[in-house]
Design a protein around this ligand. Structure first.
Ligand SMILES: [Zn+2]
Length: 364
């Protein structure tokens, strides 16, 4: 049975996680800990004690997905013990908030087709609505990562040209995630495989990991919680339409391995369209963006491949075209195993919701 081991880390050093191209002498961190960095740290712990074998390869390439560490909200009792952990989720690209910040928010994906037009003004104060990004808790409140500016002078030698600079010595600034920030990252796979991987890595509460040794991914993370959870089954009545939101970036390719912005086809599902024409003409109702993803493989001291990815928070809406709900099984597969390439590194994680479940209009 597919399960998850949910690991929560706290930063003990400023952490720089940069997966995009850098500009000038300043490197901006991402505001999350990519699954690929967590996977690399776990693999590194094992490889320091044993050479890679078939079991190692199976666990890391196929059996276990290391999802991204999202900013978390950790609640503690009076004595400091952890009483609750919530992993935030990306704010969906379909979310709009009041430009004058009166507190009104609306999710355009939840607007039913018979509501005629998408609103473009705040229902309370009349201001324009604007898109927003970042992370939120389950009630739609923003969850932010604190960052700080660090400056350093360092030697840049041959073989470390990840910043694309030829200078031998340069002053460099990092915008880093500050100490004391928490991130929650599930490992997903069969229960036995998850336990085996954590055992091989000798990975326990209180352990510290260095996330990479290179300059684009560095910093210390301390494990403050490891929890076991089942995977929630897909729920809700999907017959009125459904929404797929990307919880991480996704690298989708067509059958000829060409990058595409179309999600894989599922029999019995079609795009919801921006038209109530009988033939369903019109544009698909979706909110998406793409970005280039690159990286640095510390083990090989080589750049990782550059891929075009759909951005996290991208939203696609679908409707069922079949009466039988065979599509639910494939959707469950997306949910449990992810979609697209590099899934073991946390890419292609999705959330599937029934349309009525995502109604979001109110204060934030
Ligand atoms: Zn307003």
């Amino acid at each position: 049975m597919i399960e998850q081991r949910v690991i929560t880390f706290e930063t003990t050093d400023p952490v720089v996680m940069a997966s995009g191209p850098s500009s000038g002498n300043t490197v901006h961190t991402d505001d999350f800990v990519p699954g690929t960095a967590i996977r690399g740290a776990l693999a590194g712990r094992i490889l320091r004690r044993q050479p890679p074998n078939d079991e190692f390869t199976r666990l890391f390439e196929i059996a276990v997905r290391c999802e991204d560490g999202h900013p978390s909200v950790v609640s503690r009792g009076d004595d400091g013990t952890i009483t609750g952990i919530e992993r935030s989720t990306p704010i969906p690209s379909s979310r709009r908030i009041c430009k004058y910040e009166c507190g009104t928010a609306v999710d355009l994906a939840a607007i039913h087709l018979w509501d005629e037009v998408f609103p473009n003004a705040c229902s309370k104060c009349g201001a324009p609505l604007k898109a927003t990004t970042g992370w939120e808790d389950h009630e739609g409140r923003p969850v932010r990562t604190q960052t700080e500016l660090l400056g350093k002078t360092e030697l840049v030698g041959p073989g470390s040209r990840e910043y694309g600079t030829a200078r031998d010595e340069s002053l460099r600034f990092d915008v880093a995630i500050s100490c004391g920030q928490t991130f929650t990252a599930p490992l997903i796979g069969e229960g036995g495989d998850l336990d085996r991987l954590l055992e091989m890595a000798n990975f326990n509460m209180g352990d510290s990991i260095r996330v990479g040794r290179s300059k684009s991914t560095q910093g210390g993370l301390k494990v403050i919680a490891i929890e076991s959870h089942p995977i929630d089954p897909l729920g809700g009545d999907m017959s009125g339409g459904l929404v797929v939101t990307l919880m991480s970036r996704a690298i989708i390719v067509d059958p000829f391995l060409r990058p595409t912005t179309e999600l894989p086809n599922i029999t019995g599902l079609s795009d919801r369209k921006e038209s109530d024409d009988i033939d369903g003409a019109g544009d698909p109702i979706r909110w998406m963006a793409t970005e280039m993803v690159t990286g640095w493989n510390a083990g090989q001291a080589l750049p990782k491949p550059t891929d075009r990815a759909l951005s996290r928070g991208s939203v696609f809406t679908f409707e069922a075209t079949d009466d039988d709900d065979g599509y639910l099984e494939e959707l469950s597969g997306w949910f449990e195993r992810g979609i697209g390439l590099r899934r073991s590194e946390g890419f292609g994680s999705v959330r599937v919701q029934a349309l009525p479940d995502i109604l979001f209009e109110g204060e934030r």
